[in-house]
Design a protein. Sequence first.
Length: 328
Amino acid sequence: MSRRDLIAAAAVAALALFAFVPALLFGAQRPACLDLSVPAPHDGMVWVPAGDYAQGDTVYPEEGPLTRTHVSGFWMDRHEVTNAEFARFVAATGYVTEAERGGDVKAHPGIDPDLLVPGAMVFFMPKHVNGMENISQWWRFVPGANWRQPAGPSSSIAGKEDFPVVEITHADALAYAKWKGHALPTEAEWEWAARAGDAHPGDDHDQPVQANTWQGIFPVLNSGADGFVGLAPVGCYGANKYGLFDMFGNVWEMTADLWRPHHGDESLPDTVPARGAGVSYTIKGGSFLCAPNYCMRYRSGSREPQESDLGTSHVGFRTILREKSVSP
């Protein structure tokens, strides 16, 4: 997603609470979630062993070509970074996120200046839509939205400490990872972790049962059959074979890799662009907005670009540690 996708949209939005109501349960049973008050082994990380696999998929053009890839072993956060974890980072460092600072007009020529005030993108559930091409029917830039107020100035993360932190940019995620002594995963590392040892592409095309995705017709009807409408706390669904929660659905997850239209195109991982330079990074795994009739990117091979300095309400992140000396 980028600001240019939203040029046709109004900058000031009605408060979009639908995306942050944790459980509008239309008769659905809410799943039991991880108890994060219980200390986890290895500082909440799990080991992802080395392996070789066919990276990519064949559902959308940008997922190809299938590429034989080797990944060395690494540690990975068992769940996405939560509001509570990010709050500890901010308290320790005084860090101010890009959504709280606002964008740079000079770095975004031609963009409505109202889209560069402090704020972020928020999803809201429309009552009806006129076609699916204009995403401004369900996405709005909300001034004052940020990680503390993810739906705008009147919203709050109070009581949602175990939810994934959102409205975070790539630079924000890198700053957190550096503070922890960690890194963001490359696209290849993330995809291998999501595969959990499956070297073959295309084995995860069905809408996952153990994930927070959209049940119904996107964007107008979500039954909440998986227990949530909107974001869910981390770890509410079963982990994969490596012990990783929420690799599909809930929130898209950032990687260290600059966006490439196809696998094999030139890439410069871990390069931080000039702020607002229109550069996008690759995100993986889909979100609570993915449905069979739209997106369908709740798969290991799915991928999309995300503008580097734009926070959104459906993108989060987790970190990795490549220290070989601490492997099992």
